[in-house]
Ligand binder design. Structure first.
Ligand SMILES: Nc1ncnc2c1ncn2[C@@H]1O[C@H](COP(=O)(O)OP(=O)(O)OP(=O)(O)O)[C@@H](O)[C@H]1O
Ligand SMILES: [Mg+2]
Length: 507
C-alpha cells in the first residue's frame, strides 16, 4: 500500500494574467491533518479546486493511491471519496438537514422514484451521531442553524457520499467562535484517527499549531516547503510564508492617544441587544472591543453608525450632539464603519477594482460631478499599494481576486474617505499574517494622524497588541475595561464570559 493517499505532482494552473500554481507538489498521507498555509492569493483555494476536479491543471497530475486518476471532474472525485468544504458554504437553506445531506445520493430512492424518508432521517441521525452533533435534528431546515452547525452538516454530507477518504476544508473556522472551533477540531481528529486524510486551510497560526500534523507552505503559486508541525517554530513558518522579515509581529510602538474626545457614546441602548453602553473614544486612540460571538459588539457598531436605530441614549462627535438617523448621516458626521461581513456589504462583485474602491467617495473627489477616470484609477492604485493588494489591473473584475484580497478592497474603499473616527469590525478576519501586519501598521498610522479607532476583534493576540484601552462586552453590556499593558488574557476572558465575570445575557 502506498504511503500517500493523494499525490499532486508538478501541477501548474494559470488564469489570464496570473500563474496561480507553478509546478506544485503536494503529498497527503491517510490519517493526517495537513495544513496549507500561504498569503492571500498564494494559490491555496486553486490547489483545492484542482484536487476536487473543479479546475483542470494546465500541466502535472493528480494520483490517488499511487495511480493516475486520468479523467477527473467533481463527480469522479466524489466517487473516489474526495470531498471539499468551500470557503463559502454551499448548503440549501430552505431544505432540511437530511435533504441537504442526501441531495446528491440516490440510495434512498425506491424503484418508483420515491424517497424513503424514514431511512434517510435515520441515516442522517446516525451520521450526526458519529460527529457528536446529536443536537442537530435531521428534520430542521438548514436556515435555522448557526454557521458552525451548517459546517457540521457539510461534513455529514461529505461522509454520506461514497467512503470518504480525503476531506478538503477551506478556511472552515473563519466564522466560528473559539468553542465552535474546538468542536470542529475534535471532529477533524476523529476523522483523521479513522484514516481520513484532511487538508486544512486557516490564516490563524494558533489553530494551525493546534490541529496540524504537517504543514505545506505556498508562496506566489510555488511550494516553499513541507514541515512536521512539531519541528517548526511560528517565526520560521511566517518567514516561509511571506519571504521577508516582519520583525516582531506581537508589539506595537507607543500609543498616540491624546486627551481630546472624538466620539462620546452616552447610555446607548438598542432593545436587549445593546444595553446602556457609555464610553469615550479619544483622538489618536485605538479602543479595542473584545467579546465572544454574540456579545453585542457588531450590534453596538451598527447602532453607532445608524444602520439600526438606538432606542435611547446619545452620541457626540467633537463635543457636539449628532442625530445619526442612518448611515449617510453617520458618514456626513465623520464616522466610518468597516463591516465584518465584507462579502455582503462591501463589494459589487461584477464591477472593477477601482470602481469598487472609489464608489462612495466619487462625490467628494469630483464635486463638480465630472469624473476624471485617470485620477480615480490613480487614487485607487495608491491605496491598493499601501494595502499590498495582489492584482493585475485596476480595471479587472473584483470577483477574480482571492478571498483575502477582496477584503482589502473593502478596506481601501473606506480609507479613501475622510472620517474622523473609524470602526473596524474584525479588520483582519481571513487575511494572512503579512496583510494583517500591513493593516495593523495602517491603523497605527491613522491613529498617529489623530484618527480615533474602534477595533472590534475576537482574536486575543490582536486585541492585546493593538489596543490602547480594551472594553469587554458581554450580553450587550460593557463588562470590563482594561488599560494597555494592564490586562491579562485570563482577566479579559473572565469579563467576556456570561456568568463568570461578565453579566449574563437577558432572556
Ligand atoms: N477564477 C479565477 N479567475 C482569475 N483569477 C483567479 C481565479 N481564481 C483565482 N485566481 C487568481 O489566482 C491566484 C490564487 O488565488 P487563490 O484563490 O488560490 O488564493 P488563496 O491562496 O486561496 O488566497 P486567500 O487566502 O485570499 O483565500 C490569485 O491571484 C487569484 O486572483
Ligand atoms: Mg482561498
Amino acid at each position: 500500500m502506498p504511503d500517500n493517499i493523494l499525490e499532486v505532482r508538478k501541477v501548474s494552473k494559470g488564469f489570464p494574467g496570473v500563474q496561480a500554481l507553478k509546478d506544485v507538489d503536494f503529498f497527503l498521507r491517510p490519517g493526517e491533518i495537513h495544513t496549507l498555509l500561504g498569503e492571500n492569493g498564494s494559490g491555496k483555494s486553486t490547489l483545492f479546486r484542482v484536487v476536487a476536479g473543479i479546475y483542470q491543471p494546465d500541466s502535472g497530475g493528480v494520483l490517488l493511491d499511487g495511480r493516475n486518476v486520468g479523467r477527473w471532474n467533481p463527480a469522479i472525485a466524489q466517487e473516489n471519496g474526495v470531498a471539499i468544504i468551500h470557503q463559502e458554504l454551499s448548503l440549501f437553506p430552505d431544505l432540511s438537514v437530511a435533504e441537504n445531506i442526501f441531495l446528491e445520493q440516490s440510495s434512498f430512492t425506491t424503484a418508483w422514484g420515491w424517497v424513503d424518508w424514514k431511512r434517510a432521517h435515520a441515516e442522517a441521525g446516525r451520521l450526526l451521531d458519529y460527529l457528536k452533533a446529536r443536537n442537530i435534528s435531521p428534520r430542521v431546515k438548514v436556515e435555522a442553524l448557526s454557521v458552525a452547525e451548517r459546517q457540521i452538516v457539510e461534513i455529514a454530507k461529505a461522509l454520506a457520499g461514497s467512503n470518504l477518504r480525503i476531506l478538503l476544508m477551506d478556511e472552515p473556522t473563519s466564522a466560528l467562535s473559539v468553542e465552535e472551533t474546538r468542536t470542529l477540531f475534535d471532529i477533524m481528529r476523529k476523522l483523521r484517527n479513522d484514516g481520513v486524510g484532511i487538508v486544512f486551510i486557516s490564516h490563524k497560526l494558533d489553530e494551525v499549531f493546534a490541529v496540524s500534523d504537517r504543514v505545506t507552505v505556498l508562496r506566489d503559486g510555488n511550494r516553499v516547503g513541507t514541515e512536521n508541525i512539531a519541528d517548526i517554530a511560528a517565526g520560521a513558518l511566517i518567514g516561509m510564508m511571506v519571504g521577508r522579515d516582519l520583525g516582531d509581529v506581537n508589539t506595537r510602538p507607543a500609543s498616540h492617544a491624546g486627551g481630546e474626545a472624538v466620539l462620546e457614546v452616552k447610555n446607548l441602548s438598542r432593545g436587549a441587544l445593546v444595553r446602556d453602553v457609555s464610553f469615550t473614544l479619544h483622538k489618536g486612540e485605538i479602543l479595542g472591543f473584545f467579546g465572544l460571538v454574540g456579545s453585542g459588539r457588531t450590534e453596538l457598531a451598527e447602532t453607532i453608525f445608524g444602520i439600526a436605530r438606538a432606542t435611547s441614549g446619545s452620541i457626540l462627535l467633537d463635543g457636539r450632539g449628532v442625530d445619526i438617523r442612518d448611515s449617510n448621516a453617520a458618514l456626513n458626521a465623520g464616522l466610518g464603519l468597516i463591516p465584518e461581513d465584507r462579502g455582503a456589504h462591501g463589494l459589487v462583485l461584477r464591477m472593477s477594482l477601482y470602481e469598487n474602491a472609489t464608489l462612495s467617495v466619487l462625490d467628494r473627489m469630483f464635486p463638480r460631478r465630472v469624473v476624471n477616470r485617470a485620477r480615480e484609477k490613480d487614487a485607487a492604485r495608491r491605496i491598493f499599494d499601501t494595502l499590498d493588494v495582489r492584482y493585475r489591473d485596476v480595471s479587472e473584475c473584483v470577483d477574480n481576486l482571492s478571498g483575502g484580497n477582496k477584503q482589502k478592497i473593502v478596506l481601501a474603499k473606506w480609507l479613501l474617505g475622510d472620517a474622523r473616527a473609524l470602526i473596524f469590525d474584525e479588520p483582519t478576519k481571513g487575511v494572512d499574517v503579512g496583510a494583517k501586519d500591513v493593516i495593523h501598521q495602517l491603523m497605527d498610522k491613522l491613529a498617529s494622524e489623530g484618527m480615533g479607532i474602534i477595533m472590534i476583534s475576537s482574536e486575543m493576540p490582536e486585541i492585546l497588541k493593538m489596543s490602547d484601552r480594551i472594553l469587554v462586552m458581554c450580553g450587550g453590556e460593557i463588562s470590563g475595561e482594561f488599560r494597555r499593558g494592564e490586562a491579562s488574557q485570563d482577566e479579559i476572558m473572565i469579563a467576556a464570559s456570561p456568568g463568570a465575570g461578565g453579566k449574563a445575557a437577558a432572556g
